[in-house]
Design a protein around this ligand. Structure first.
Ligand code: NAD
Length: 252
């Protein structure tokens, strides 16, 4: 493994110099919590192809398939605990260095690591609960799983009869306007943008690091493997997130 000690020292210096940092996270920060990412070998895409939004709307069988997959993948998310990387980010928020986290993740682990709900901007929603696609009513997963496990009963909204889906943004589904607006504001207001554990290939989310850089912020990328935006960054660390960020922030 490459020695990343010089990069860690530089990362610490950039963090110390920042007055308002934004953290942008992808699935990589949660692999150390036991949740597979999409693109690494053994990742979710090796096992399941995603159900696209229009298929979910159109077909009862696709809705069943989506809930079957949710059923199969949920245990890993339900038992996951925040990683050292999540804890380091929460510590930076506690110190006032990090103003907000913009995340592509849907696992709720930033909130579980102690960050206030309003500091976490979820671009792709949240898979730890469900909601009605028509009226937005929230539903917990346990009763849905219970009914589904008997005879694959599909959940419908008790308030308006609409379709109920996990509160995630599927492929083909419109991005959440409020989260996108807030993410853009935060990106434009920061002096340091830390992109952590993202392959930076999923747009429009992956547009934020470049926007921060164009606007004069320093850009740091921490990812095990190269990303297409590495050439743009002030610092790139090709290392493991927990040890890198944990050492730079002083969190075990
Ligand atoms: P991605 O799978 O495309 O990329 C993850 C990146 O993290 C990869 O480049 C990988 O090399 C790197 N990585 C993995 N573990 C690492 C570690 N311990 N240290 C350093 N680097 C590590 O994920 P993405 O960019 O977030 O985009 C895929 C989409 O998948 C997102 O839209 C997200 O909504 C969704 N997703 C979310 C979760 C989750 O919520 N935990 C999990 C899988 C996928």
């Amino acid at each position: 493994m490459t020695d990343v000690a010089p990069e860690v020292a530089e990362l610490k210096r950039l963090i110390d110099e920042s007055r308002r940092a934004v953290v942008f996270t992808g699935a990589g920060i949660s692999t150390e919590s036991g949740i597979p990412d999409f693109r690494s070998p053994g990742g979710i895409w090796d096992q399941y192809r995603p159900v696209e939004f229009h298929d979910f709307l159109r077909s009862e069988e696709m809705r069943r398939e989506a809930w079957r997959r949710k059923f199969a993948t949920h245990p890993a998310i339900a038992r996951a605990e925040p990683s050292r990387g999540h804890r380091a980010v929460a510590e930076l928020a506690r110190r006032g260095t990090v103003a907000s986290v913009v995340t592509q993740n849907i696992d709720g682990l930033h909130q579980r690591s102690g960050m206030a709900d309003d500091m976490v901007i979820e671009l792709h929603g949240n898979t730890t609960y469900a909601h009605c696609l028509r009226c937005g009513e929230r539903f917990e997963l346990a009763p849905i799983f219970e009914a589904f496990s008997v005879d694959e009963t599909l959940p419908v909204c008790s308030a308006c009869g609409g379709l109920v889906k996990t509160a995630t943004i599927s492929f083909g589904q419109q991005m959440p306007a409020d989260a996108m607006r807030r993410a853009e504001e935060e990106t434009l207001g920061c002096d340091l943008f830390l992109a952590i554990g993202s392959s930076l290939t999923v747009y429009p989310a992956a547009g934020f690091p470049a926007l921060a850089k164009q606007n004069g912020a320093r850009l740091v990328i921490i990812n095990r493997e190269p990303t297409e935006l590495d050439a743009l960054a002030d610092l790139v660390v090709h290392g493991e997130i927990g040890p890198t960020l944990g050492a730079a922030v002083g969190v075990d």
